[in-house]
Design a protein around this ligand. Structure first.
Ligand SMILES: [Zn+2]
Length: 371
């Protein structure tokens, strides 16, 4: 912000007037930047991107003399282009293909939008549009790690500007993935956005992603060891197998089973990795047949016995279907603790849900065929 403008308010002599950070229009005169726009679902990340588009419409109407501030190596930063994932195309079927849709509206951006699957396709699209200086990549964390270096190279070599509206935390409140941490390393500016907590009794600003299931209409939070990635979580699902997401503040973000995962489940996986799978198999069998008697069930009964909402919801986590399958996906795909051979033995031995496992293992890039 213009410091004169700011000090104007500060010198008005109104002692209790608090001057907040300004909400600026996009700066098309500073090349070579990577700008992260981070926040949970519903925080207005795409709305932020749409504002950059509207700002560019105004900036492009200026006369040719501004070129010297906005051009870099043949590209004009006022030319804005949007990149989104091919998977996302399905999300916006009610809008035209050239629309940038966000909650509350959309912008028609014509040819300035493309759908890609990988960092290689990103490079190809950028090469095809040498005059574009500002690239907005929706959910950059969802791509391969290579994308961070593709972006950094183009920033260094050509002075392009990248705006990356993305989730950076997963449902466990940890950095979303390896791509996220690389993007944080290469970025220069961060705009954090928040959303209202979706809990009906709360108006706090929040930034956590809450994953839960609906079982017989009841809210059941995902356990800590739930599969990290579950593809296709946009619509509301009431079948208990596919998750729902909400944005919650710290007080209303329920994530049961973290202690259990590290105190019990992972050590059982390590024991199995060392050739002693009997205890793990016993726990998985209980998770399948009688979860309340499993070590997870006993843990929750002991540590979440209270009548308040947090404890009641934590106990509900036991009602989510396929608990044994979820534990196996965690140990196999995420922790690399059990071999594919042992996985197959346990699945056969306990007659686990092969459809569920096939899908979740593919989501987490460790596909296994059971038939
Ligand atoms: Zn809240």
């Amino acid at each position: 912000m213009d410091t004169n403008y700011r000090s104007f308010f500060e010198t008005l002599g109104l002692p209790r007037l608090q001057v907040h950070h300004p909400i600026n229009h996009f700066d098309f005169t500073r090349p070579g930047r990577i700008i992260l726009v981070v926040g949970p679902m519903g925080s207005g990340k795409t709305g932020f991107a749409a504002q950059i588009w509207r700002d560019s419409r105004i900036a492009l109407q200026k006369d040719d003399s501004v070129d010297r501030w906005t051009c870099t190596n043949g590209a004009d930063l006022r030319n804005v282009f949007f990149i989104r994932s091919r998977l996302d195309k399905r999300r916006f079927t009610e809008y035209p293909a050239d629309a940038l849709a966000y909650r509350g509206g959309y912008e028609i951006v014509g040819k300035a939008i493309a759908n890609i699957d990988s960092s290689f396709e990103l490079e190809a699209v950028i090469e095809d549009h040498p005059d574009v200086g500002t690239w907005v990549i929706d959910e950059a964390s969802f791509y391969d790690e290579r994308i961070a270096y593709v972006i950094r190279r183009l920033v260094v070599e050509r002075g392009l500007v990248f705006v990356l509206p993305t989730l950076i935390l997963n449902f466990r409140n940890a950095l979303f993935n390896a791509t996220t941490s690389l993007l944080l390393e290469v970025a220069r500016d961060v705009f954090p956005l928040t959303a209202y907590c979706e809990h009906p009794a709360c108006l706090t600003d929040s930034s956590y992603t809450y994953r839960y299931y609906l079982v017989d209409g009841e809210e059941c939070p995902a356990l800590y060891f739930d599969p990290l990635i579950i593809v296709g979580g946009d619509q509301k699902h009431a079948d208990g197998r596919r998750p729902n997401y909400g944005t919650r503040c710290g007080d209303h973000h329920v994530l049961p089973g973290k202690d259990y995962t590290y105190l019990v489940l992972k050590p059982l996986g390590e024991q199995a990795a060392a050739g002693e799978p009997a205890d793990l198999t016993r726990e998985l069998k209980l998770l399948r047949d009688e979860a309340s008697r499993s070590r997870l069930g006993l843990w929750l009964a002991e540590h979440n016995a209270g009548d308040d909402e947090q404890n009641r919801l934590s106990r509900n986590a036991l009602r989510v279907p396929c608990l044994a399958e979820r534990a196996l996906v965690y140990l196999f795909a995420e922790q690399n603790l059990i071999s594919e051979l042992l996985l197959r033995e346990i699945v056969l031995d306990l007659d686990l849900d092969v459809d569920f496992l096939t899908q979740r293992l593919a989501d987490n890039r460790r596909p296994v065929r059971f038939t």
